[in-house]
Design a protein around this ligand. Structure first.
Ligand code: CA
Ligand code: CA
Length: 494
């Protein structure tokens, strides 16, 4: 009898590629939130942030308070996560290219493809990849089932803010917009995901991805989400007016030619508070959409056998270091929310160990008990999901174009730019990263320790890339971008 049931489960295992444990392996609900920094209640990034649904998920799971992206920009961050490789390894640093256009990564097995090969049904909607997947045939190669694209949804007839010095970029906008919540791409992504949960077959595990677009700009939300936040300066993050005085000049060049207005413009045009409230309002709106999905997960009885993971693709500045935008190697630019909940995950866990989005691929296959891979650059977070105090040996590493890297350990942040200039911050005593201590002789050993983690492989931008810093001459304060000389004072808007 025993032998007979062993044979049957072995046959099932061979047929499906899934472990023969008797119970079905867990499903995966994979939720991405675009440009979401740590302004989420459970993460403490903003004292007024209202995200009750994400907070509830954090209570029944484990969160990483020191998790960081591998690149502070959509395409390279998402490519890194889905391939399990650093941007310094792929050479994909900018908004292009789509990795399948590169011969080296054309057949690379992504995270959802690995789940598919293990017998999972894979589904997606909204923004998981940074667009450009291709036509119907190419799409089916990446996921079995595709839902709505999500995105911005209904837009106002004209922009709500004045033109910025970088032109009238359509994405660079925010404010109260009198549309309906149901008109938002993110609402539709949540609705589609809910339908898929309700009709999920019970005899096959799923990998279901939902990619929310907000609080990416344009930050449009209805009045009810703005009403959660006071219309006064208490919403503004702390900013040191002289903060950039001790940062290398080169750090400005990472933001050249991006449609992100600097704090000075935002302030001079009376937009700072409006931008901050818009970002918070959009965060709360997305939280409500995540809440709709999580409620369905519980109502359908799927919650107990579903791993939920929520991640942001990189951080976002709202005035800190004079930046309103992304593309930085400071904590505000690299730190992301990261929540796991479900079978095998300890409830109420709070890890302060450095974690990387790169770790999601090995973590999810570890949690689901499917075949490990030896070609991933991340490390499974399962030890921390069991015991949040478990140590991790290595820091989180973020790269932004070739030669620019941030190394975040439990206490310190070290940055090295392509011209060799450096920064060091003590996050324990200086959580806002206001004091660059790289020149402090007492900290020379700390600097040396962190330098050791700089990526050994650091590829130049892949074919089809944009935004490349080629050279910089501190004597003349000139950088060459795309073969063109630019000078900070003359050309870089601040
Ligand atoms: Ca993004
Ligand atoms: Ca400073």
């Amino acid at each position: 009898m025993l032998f007979g049931s062993f044979c049957i489960s072995w046959l099932l295992f061979v047929a499906s590629g899934l472990p023969a444990t008797g119970a079905q392996p867990p499903n995966v609900l994979f939720i991405a939130i675009d440009d979401q920094n740590d302004w989420i209640g459970a993460f403490g990034g903003h004292p007024l942030a209202q995200t009750p649904h994400l907070d509830r998920l954090a209570e029944r799971g484990t969160i990483f308070l020191n998790a960081h992206c591998q690149a502070p920009l959509c395409n390279p961050s998402r490519t890194s996560l889905m391939l399990g490789l650093r941007s310094s390894t792929t050479g994909i640093h900018g908004l292009a290219p789509w990795f399948r256009t590169l011969p080296e990564w054309r057949d690379r097995v992504t995270l959802p493809q690995h789940f598919k090969s293990a017998g999972y049904r894979t589904l997606t909607s909204g923004k998981i990849y940074h667009g450009g997947v291709g036509g119907p045939q190419q799409r089916l190669r990446e996921f079995d089932v595709w839902g709505p694209a999500g995105g911005i949804g209904v837009r106002p007839e004209k922009k709500l803010i004045p033109p910025t010095p970088m032109g009238n970029h359509p994405l660079m906008d925010w404010g109260v917009f009198p549309h309906r919540d149901e008109d938002k791409g993110d609402y539709q992504v949540a609705s589609w995901t809910i339908e898929r949960l309700r009709e999920a077959p019970r005899d096959q595990p799923f990998f279901l991805a939902a990619g929310f677009f907000l609080p990416h700009v344009p930050c449009y939300a209805t009045q009810q989400w703005f009403d959660l936040y006071p219309d006064d300066d208490s919403v503004l993050p702390p900013v040191d007016e002289r903060d950039r005085d001790d940062t290398p000049r080169f750090s400005w060049y990472l933001h050249w030619e991006l449609p992100e207005p600097r704090l000075r413009w935002v302030r001079e045009n009376g937009q700072w508070r409006n931008l901050v409230r818009s970002y918070l309002a959009c965060t709360s709106f997305v939280d409500a959409q995540v809440g709709r999905i999580l409620t369905t997960l519980e109502e359908t009885g799927l919650a107990e056998n579903t791993i939920v993971v929520v991640w942001g693709d990189h951080g976002w500045h709202l005035g800190e270091k004079q930046i309103t935008g992304k593309n930085t190697l400071w904590d505000r630019g690299t730190r992301v929310p990261l929540i796991f909940a479900g079978p095998g995950v300890t409830a109420g866990g709070r890890s302060t160990q450095p974690a990387e989005l790169l770790d999601l691929y090995p973590t999810l296959i570890d949690l689901c008990g499917i075949d490990p891979r030896d070609d991933l650059e991340g490390i499974s977070l399962k030890p921390q999901l069991v015991d949040a105090s478990a140590r991790r040996a290595r820091p989180a590493i973020t790269s932004h174009n070739q030669g620019n890297h941030g190394i975040r350990s439990e206490r310190w942040r070290y940055i090295q730019y392509a011209d060799g200039t450096e920064e060091l911050y003590d996050l324990e005593n200086d959580p806002n990263e206001w004091q660059n201590r790289v020149g402090d002789p007492e900290l020379a050993e700390i600097v040396a320790e962190h330098r050791r983690w700089l990526p050994k492989v650091d590829r130049p931008p892949a074919v089809g890339s944009q935004h490349r810093v080629l050279t910089y001459d501190p004597a003349t304060d000139e950088a060459i971008w795309e073969g063109r000389v630019v000078t900070r004072d003359a050309e870089i808007p601040q």
